[in-house]
Design a protein around this ligand. Structure first.
Ligand code: HEM
Length: 335
């Protein structure tokens, strides 16, 4: 009797177990059997690692945007650069160049034409030269102002203008920056094409540098169409302009690139921009108020013959001998 009861009990127990197992089958089938689920979870240690730059925690995702797999997007380095290092670099370069120019003016004053005005004019830059110069120059100045606004606007303008007016101006400035960039790119390409042949470094430039460009002492070292200092300006505009254009293009059209790549382009763009702005401020000073007679070259295109003889003696000789055209080459009586 006892053994019959025990058999019935075991059969009942087996039935229950089988029933329970059958009802649990779908759930069990969904569990990965070969993987320990806890090993797949993000560990605290990994999260702490993610706080260190360059060690992102990435999970698994099935959507096309691979960036979405990162728990924390990379960018700590870049944010620190953009919010601290770049404004510092920008401020140092702008204050630095202002200091250099004030010191230069205090030491040298305005650079005069030693022999005085001759009353004779010589064509220095034709229409294409001037068009190219002013296309590059005006677009660069607009880009510099609207670009500086990105770095300094919120510290300098926003407190003065108020948040709404600053937001409206910053939105407009950004649009302007994006579109005017194309005019600058065209200007840089034209600048390179029309002036590269006169900007290849040569032995005359070494003499010019050895004499300090005649900037501080008396007298003027000989120079061809462009002197050593101008060649530095030319190559800064060409190389700097190329880097700005390339990185700017990537920032305008960042499709299918990683976030690090875009951040790298932004770093290159900002750094090159501030270096170039400082160089160009010095150029604008010398090309306008810093040197008597210089602006005419890019204004009317004609400069005083004595200015040309003092600053570009070898170029004047070549033009006089008919070795090279300078627009209408021969000196013209001033009107
Ligand atoms: C108001 C602003 C500017 C003024 C008054 C100015 C003035 C001048 C002048 C007078 C020259 C001819 C120098 C000569 O006869 O030898 C010149 C040349 C040149 N400018 Fe400008 N410029 C200005 C802005 C710019 C800007 C923004 C750029 C480029 C981003 C630029 C790039 C050049 C280059 C590459 C040359 C030829 C190389 C040289 O002479 O240094 N300029 N500029």
């Amino acid at each position: 009797m006892a053994s019959k009861l025990s058999k019935a009990f075991r059969a009942l127990a087996f039935g229950f177990v089988a029933l329970f197992a059958a009802s649990s089958l779908p759930a069990l089938a969904q569990q990965p059997t070969s993987v320990n689920p806890t090993a797949q979870s993000v560990k605290e240690e990994q999260l702490l690692q993610a706080l260190k730059p360059g060690a992102p925690v990435a999970g698994r995702i099935s959507i096309p945007d691979k960036q979405a797999a990162n728990l924390i997007q990379p960018g700590r380095d870049w944010r620190a650069f953009n919010q601290e290092t770049l404004p510092k670099l920008g401020a140092y370069s702008l204050i630095g160049i202002a200091f250099v120019l004030v010191a230069f003016y205090a030491l040298r004053g305005k650079i005069r034409i030693d022999a005085g005005l001759s009353g004779m004019k010589i064509l220095r830059f034709g229409a294409l030269d001037r068009f190219t110069h002013w296309l590059t120059a005006t677009s660069f100045i607009v880009l510099a102002i609207t670009g500086i606004n990105v770095t300094f606007g919120k510290f300098v303008l926003a407190p003065v203008m108020g948040p709404e007016a600053f937001a409206a101006w910053a939105g407009f400035a950004k649009l302007l920056h994006n579109y005017v960039g194309f005019a600058f790119m065209a200007g840089v390409v034209l600048t390179f094409l029309i002036w590269v042949k006169d900007n290849i470094p040569n032995a005359v430039d070494l003499q010019w540098f050895a004499a300090g460009g005649g900037l501080l002492g008396k007298g003027h070292p000989p120079a061809k169409r462009f002197n050593g200092g101008q060649k530095i300006i030319f190559w800064s505009v060409v190389v700097g302009g190329f880097l700005l254009s390339l990185s700017g293009w990537h920032l305008l059209f960042p499709t299918a690139e990683s976030i690090e790549h875009v951040q790298w382009q932004a770093t290159l763009h900002g750094t090159t921009a501030f270096v170039m702005i400082a160089i160009i401020i010095a150029h604008i000073y010398i090309g306008s108020v810093g040197m008597e007679g210089a602006f005419d070259a890019m204004g009317s295109g004609e400069v005083d013959l004595n200015w040309a003889k003092e600053h570009h003696s070898l170029w004047v000789e070549d033009v006089m001998k008919g070795k090279r055209p300078a627009g209408n080459a021969a000196p013209q009586p001033a009107e």
